[in-house]
Design a protein around this ligand. Structure first.
Ligand SMILES: Cc1cc2nc3c(=O)[nH]c(=O)nc-3n(C[C@H](O)[C@H](O)[C@H](O)COP(=O)(O)OP(=O)(O)OC[C@H]3O[C@@H](n4cnc5c(N)ncnc54)[C@H](O)[C@@H]3O)c2cc1C
Length: 413
C-alpha cells in the first residue's frame, strides 16, 4: 500500500487525505491543531464555494453540511457613486448554487471523519527538518499548509507573481441579525459592493457554529479609509468600525445591518497577504522532495472569492494524478506535471483576480454597467466565479467585450 504524508488540515489537505484514504492509500495527516482547537478557534475565511468545487466535495461524499448551509442562488454586484448612492446594481443567477460553510465547522468535522475512518493523525506543527525525515519514510510528501511558514521552502515564481505587497487589507465579521435583502427577500444571494478608492464590501450568507449567519467582509485598499482594522482592541470595536464604514460608503447594506451582532467572540478576522505563485517542488536539505498544494503554491487575494474553490480543484486534480500514477515513483518530473495540470485552471483564477485588484479599465466598467440592463451579462459574470476561464472570451480585451455586448444588443462596433 502506498504511503502518503499530507501536511496541513485545511480545504486541500483534508480533501486530499480523505480522497486518498477512500482509495486505499495509507495516509498520515499532520495538523498543527486538533479538531476541537479548530472548532473553538478564530474564523479563517469567508469560504464561499461555487458549483464545480462543491461537486468535488459531493463526489467524495464530503458534503456533510449541504442540507443545512444557505443556498446562494445569486451573485450581486453594486458600485457606489461619489454620494454613496448605488450607480450600478444587479444580481446574476448562478447556474448551480454556491455555499459557505464556516471552515471551523468543516475542517473540524472532516478531521474527525479522517480519524474515525482509520487515518493516522499527527497533531504537530511540521518543520522543514520533520519533512526531511518523513520524505524518506513516505512515497510522497504533500505540503498543504496554506499561508503558513512552510511556504518558504517553495521559491517564488516571479514571472507569475506581479505583486510583492498585499493589495488589500482584509477585515471579516460573522454576524447574526442581518435583515433580508429587500430586493430579493426570499432568495439568498451574495453581494460584492465596489467602492472606488476604498475597496470592496462582500456580504455572504453562511453556516457557522451557531447556525445560519451572514459574513461582512471589507477588502480595503491599503492606506485607504477601510484599512483601519490592524490593532483594533475588541471584537465589538471591530464590528462597530465595519458598520461605520458600511453606513458611510454602502448605506444600502448598512440599512440591513442595524441589528447585526457578532456570532461569537472569535467571529472576526484581520489580515493581509501578497498574492504569490510559487514553484511547486521543494528540495529538502537531506535530498528528499515535497510537492506544494493549493495556497502553498498559488495564493490569490480573496477579492474574487476563489482560494477555497481553487484548493478544492487542486485537491481533485492532484488526486487524479496520484491515482493515475499507480505504483510508479512520484519523481520530480511527475510532481511538475501534476502542478502544470492544476495550473491549467489555476492560471485563469490568478489572471482574473489580479485584474480585479487593479483600477478597472473603461471597457470593464462598461461591462459591469451593462449587466444592469442585460441579465445575460449579469448571469455570465456570475458564472465566471465558478469557471474563471470564461473571462478570457469577454473580459480582458476591449474588442472582445465590445463584440460580446454587441452580440447581445444587436449593435455593431
Ligand atoms: C478573509 C478571507 C476571505 C476568504 N474568502 C474566500 C471565499 O469567499 N471563497 C474562497 O474560495 N476562498 C476564500 N478565501 C481563501 C481560502 O480560505 C483559502 O484559499 C483556502 O482555505 C486555502 O486552502 P488550503 O488548503 O490551501 O489552506 P488552508 O485552508 O489555509 O489550510 C492550511 C492548514 O495547514 C495548517 N498548517 C499551517 N502550517 C502548518 C504546519 N507547519 N504543520 C501542520 N499544519 C500546518 C493550517 O493551520 C491550516 O489548518 C478567503 C481567505 C481569507 C483570508
Amino acid at each position: 500500500m502506498r504511503k502518503i504524508l499530507v501536511v496541513g488540515a485545511g480545504q486541500s489537505g483534508l480533501q486530499l487525505a480523505l480522497g486518498l484514504q477512500a482509495h486505499g492509500y495509507e495516509v498520515t495527516l499532520m495538523s498543527n491543531r486538533t479538531a476541537d482547537e479548530i472548532r473553538t478557534g478564530r474564523v479563517m475565511s469567508t469560504q464561499v464555494m461555487f458549483h464545480t468545487a462543491l461537486q468535488h466535495e459531493r463526489d467524495l461524499k464530503l458534503n456533510f453540511w449541504e442540507h443545512r448551509a444557505p443556498r446562494i442562488e445569486g451573485l450581486g454586484m453594486s458600485v457606489a457613486g461619489p454620494a454613496a448612492q448605488r450607480v450600478v446594481d444587479w444580481t446574476g443567477r448562478l447556474r448551480g448554487y454556491a455555499q459557505s460553510v464556516d471552515q471551523r465547522v468543516k475542517m473540524a468535522g472532516w478531521l474527525e471523519a479522517f480519524a474515525q475512518r482509520g487515518g493516522r493523525l499527527v497533531v504537530h506543527g511540521a518543520a522543514v527538518s520533520d519533512l526531511d525525515y518523513f520524505s524518506r519514510a513516505y512515497d510522497l510528501v504533500l505540503v498543504a499548509a496554506g499561508k503558513g511558514e512552510l511556504v518558504s521552502m517553495f521559491a517564488r515564481d516571479a514571472a507569475r507573481s506581479p505583486h510583492r505587497e498585499p493589495q488589500r487589507a482584509l477585515a471579516v465579521a460573522y454576524v447574526h441579525g442581518l435583515a433580508p435583502r429587500p430586493e430579493c427577500p426570499d432568495t439568498d444571494a451574495m453581494r460584492c459592493n465596489l467602492v472606488p478608492g476604498v475597496g470592496e464590501l462582500f456580504v455572504i450568507p453562511t453556516l457557522t457554529l451557531s447556525g445560519r449567519a451572514d459574513i461582512l467582509f471589507w477588502e480595503g485598499v491599503p492606506g485607504g479609509p477601510a484599512d483601519v482594522f490592524q490593532g483594533v482592541g475588541s471584537p465589538a470595536e471591530h464590528l462597530s468600525l465595519m458598520l461605520g464604514l458600511m453606513q458611510r460608503y454602502t448605506p444600502w447594506e448598512y440599512a440591513r445591518a442595524t441589528k447585526a451582532e457578532l456570532t461569537d467572540a472569535r467571529g472576526t478576522l484581520v489580515g493581509r497577504y501578497a498574492p504569490t505563485v510559487r514553484h511547486p517542488v521543494a528540495h529538502l536539505p537531506g535530498g528528499g522532495l515535497a510537492l506544494g498544494v493549493a495556497d502553498v503554491v498559488v495564493v490569490n487575494d480573496p477579492v474574487t472569492n476563489q482560494g477555497a474553490n481553487a484548493a478544492a480543484k487542486c485537491a481533485a486534480s492532484y488526486l487524479a494524478s496520484i491515482l493515475e500514477r499507480g505504483e510508479k515513483e512520484f519523481d520530480e518530473a511527475w510532481m511538475r506535471a501534476t502542478f502544470d495540470r492544476y495550473w491549467e485552471s489555476a492560471r485563469h483564477v490568478t489572471k482574473w483576480t489580479n485584474a480585479m485588484l487593479g483600477v478597472p479599465p473603461e471597457h470593464v466598467l462598461n461591462l459591469i454597467g451593462a449587466a444592469g440592463a442585460l441579465p445575460a451579462v449579469a448571469d455570465r459574470f456570475a458564472a465566471g466565479f465558478d469557471d474563471p476561464s470564461d473571462f478570457e472570451d469577454f473580459f480582458y480585451e476591449p474588442e472582445r467585450t465590445e463584440a460580446y455586448l454587441a452580440s447581445l444588443t444587436g449593435t455593431h462596433a
